[in-house]
Ligand binder design. Structure first.
Ligand SMILES: [Zn+2]
Length: 173
C-alpha cells in the first residue's frame, strides 16, 4: 500500500475518532457476557449500516454478524469482539472500583478490540470507494472470545467460507 493510501486511512480514522471512542465507552459501560452481547452487536451493526455496509445475520448465533462492503476478490475480513467477563465490573479508573459487586466487566479490552476493527474496515471502505478499488472488506462481529468458542463455531458453520485472509488483534504481555 502506498504512503498516500496509508495517509488517507489514518486521516479518515482521525475524523471518526470521537464516534469510535463513544461506541467503545458505551460497550465498556454495558458489559455483556458471551453470547449475550446484544447491546454491543446492535450498536456496531447500526454504525456499520450508517457507513454503507450491508449486514448479514448469522443463523443460530444471535450476537454474531458479518458486515460487508465492496465486490469481488480479494475478500478481506477483520475480526472484532465485544464480550465481557464475569466478576470484572469496573469503573473507568486505575484502581479497582466495581460498578456492581461481582458484575461483568471488560478484562482485556474487548470494547476496544471490536470498535478498533470496525474503524479499520470503515476506513478501508472509504479507500475502496474513493479509488474505485475491486475487493470486499468485511467486519466479523465475533461473540464469546473469552472462552475461545465464538469464532470456532463461526468457522464450523461455514461463515468464513470465501474469505481470502483475516486479521485479528488482541493485547498480550
Ligand atoms: Zn480477550
Amino acid at each position: 500500500m502506498s504512503d498516500l493510501n496509508k495517509k488517507l486511512l489514518i486521516e479518515y480514522i482521525d475524523g471518526i475518532q470521537e464516534e469510535l471512542r463513544d461506541i467503545s465507552d458505551k460497550i465498556w459501560k454495558n458489559p455483556e457476557l458471551q453470547y449475550k452481547e446484544y447491546y454491543a452487536s446492535n450498536l456496531q451493526k447500526e454504525y456499520l449500516k450508517k457507513h454503507d455496509f450491508s449486514i448479514d445475520e448469522l443463523e443460530g448465533m444471535d450476537t454474531a454478524f458479518v458486515a460487508s462492503y465492496g465486490e469481488g476478490k480479494p475478500v478481506i475480513a477483520v475480526l472484532g469482539e465485544y464480550d465481557a467477563l464475569d466478576g470484572l465490573s469496573q469503573k473507568v479508573s486505575i484502581t479497582k472500583e466495581p460498578i456492581s459487586d461481582g458484575g461483568a466487566g471488560h478484562g482485556c479490552g474487548h470494547n476496544l478490540l471490536g470498535t478498533g476493527s470496525m474503524g479499520a474496515v470503515i476506513a478501508v471502505k472509504e479507500l475502496i470507494k474513493l479509488k474505485k478499488l475491486k475487493g470486499t472488506i468485511k467486519y466479523y462481529g465475533c461473540p464469546a472470545e473469552e472462552d475461545l468458542s465464538g469464532k470456532v463455531l463461526m468457522i464450523k458453520k461455514g461463515f468464513f467460507d470465501g474469505v481470502d485472509c483475516a486479521f485479528s488483534w488482541h493485547p498480550f504481555d
